[in-house]
Design a protein around this ligand. Structure first.
Ligand code: PXL
Length: 275
C-alpha cells in the first residue's frame, strides 16, 4: 500500500484542508499520514475563528520520522499558516524527497482574485519559492497571479493560460495545473502543462452557478490520490474534475447555505467507482 503525507491545517468546522484530504485519499486506498499545521475553529471564511499555530511541532515530527526511517510516495502540501512554516517545509522536502517520490504543492492562498484573510503579497512570493521545489503545482488563477505578480483577470485567452502554465513550470515543477479555467461562459475546468513532453491538456464541465469553499482541496486531494492509483495525469485530472463537479451539484441541489463546503462524503462511492 502506498503512503502519502499531507501537510495542511485542520479547520474543525467548514470542510476543507485535512478534514477533506484525509477521508478522500484514504478512501482511494492510500495511507494518509498528516502533519497538521494549525488548528482553527472554522476555516477563515467565518468570522472570529480561533487559530492555534502548530509550527513548532513540524521539525520535531520530521526528526522522529527520520529516526524511524519513515518514507512517503508523495508529499502533498495545502494551506500553510505562516512564512516560518514555508521555511520549515523547505527543510522537510530536503529530508523526505527521494528519487522515487514526488512533491505536490497546492499553494492555497486565495480565490476570486483575492487572498484569504491572513495572507499578503510577501507570503505569495515565499510560496512561489516553495513551489520551485515541487514536481507538480496546482494553483488556481488567483494564486498563480499573486505568485507570478501578474494582473488577475476575469477572462483569459487560451494563449494567456498557456503562458502562465509555462511560467509556473519554469519555476521548477515538471507539471503545472491551473484550476478555475474557463474559455466559454458555460464551462469551467482545468488546464495542465507537462514541460518534458510540452503537452497541454484541458478538461471542462458545465459551469454550475455557485461557489463553495473547500472545492480546491477536494480537487487536489482527489488528483493526488488518483495519481497514486497509477492513473495518468490526464485520467487523474478527469477523475478529480468529475468528482468535484458531482459534489458541487449535489450540494447545489440542497439549496442551503454554502459556508460548510461540498457534500463530498455522499459521492465517495462514485469516486471509488472511477479508480
Ligand atoms: O480551502 C482552503 C482553505 C484551507 N484552510 C483554511 C481556509 C481555506 C479557505 O478559506 O480558510 C483555514
Amino acid at each position: 500500500m502506498k503512503r502519502l503525507v499531507t501537510i495542511q491545517d485542520i479547520s474543525c468546522v467548514g470542510k476543507c484542508s485535512l478534514t477533506v484530504a484525509l477521508p478522500i485519499i484514504s478512501a482511494m486506498g492510500v495511507e494518509t499520514a498528516v502533519i497538521p499545521t494549525a488548528v482553527l475553529s472554522t476555516h477563515t471564511m467565518f468570522n472570529n475563528f480561533t487559530f492555534r499555530d502548530l509550527s513548532n511541532d513540524i521539525p520535531e515530527i520530521a526528526k522522529h520520522w527520520k529516526e524511524e526511517n519513515i518514507n512517503f510516495e508523495a508529499i502533498y502540501t495545502g494551506y500553510l499558516g505562516s512564512i516560518e512554516q514555508i521555511d520549515m517545509l523547505k527543510e522537510f522536502f530536503k529530508e523526505f524527497k527521494t528519487d522515487d517520490n514526488f512533491i505536490f504543492i497546492d499553494p492555497v492562498m486565495g480565490d476570486n482574485g483575492k487572498l484569504y484573510t491572513g495572507f499578503d503579497q510577501k507570503f505569495a512570493l515565499e510560496m512561489k519559492e516553495l513551489c520551485k521545489m515541487a514536481d507538480i503545482v496546482v494553483p488556481n488563477l488567483t494564486e498563480a497571479s499573486y505568485m507570478l505578480e501578474r494582473e488577475y483577470k476575469e477572462k483569459y485567452t487560451e494563449n494567456e493560460i498557456k503562458d502562465i502554465l509555462i511560467e509556473l513550470t519554469n519555476l521548477g515543477p515538471k507539471q503545472a495545473i491551473l484550476t478555475g479555467v474557463s474559455f466559454k461562459d458555460n464551462e469551467l475546468g482545468v488546464m495542465s502543462y507537462n514541460k518534458e513532453t510540452k503537452e497541454y491538456f484541458t478538461y471542462f464541465r458545465e459551469k454550475i452557478p455557485v461557489k463553495y469553499h473547500g472545492t480546491g482541496d477536494v480537487f487536489s486531494s482527489t488528483l493526488v490520490g488518483a495519481i497514486l492509483n497509477n492513473n495518468s495525469l490526464e485520467k487523474s485530472l478527469k477523475i478529480a474534475v468529475d468528482y468535484v463537479w458531482e459534489t458541487i451539484l449535489d450540494t447545489y441541489k440542497e439549496k442551503k447555505e454554502n459556508a460548510y463546503g461540498v457534500n463530498f462524503e455522499k459521492k465517495i462511492p462514485y469516486l471509488i467507482s472511477m479508480i
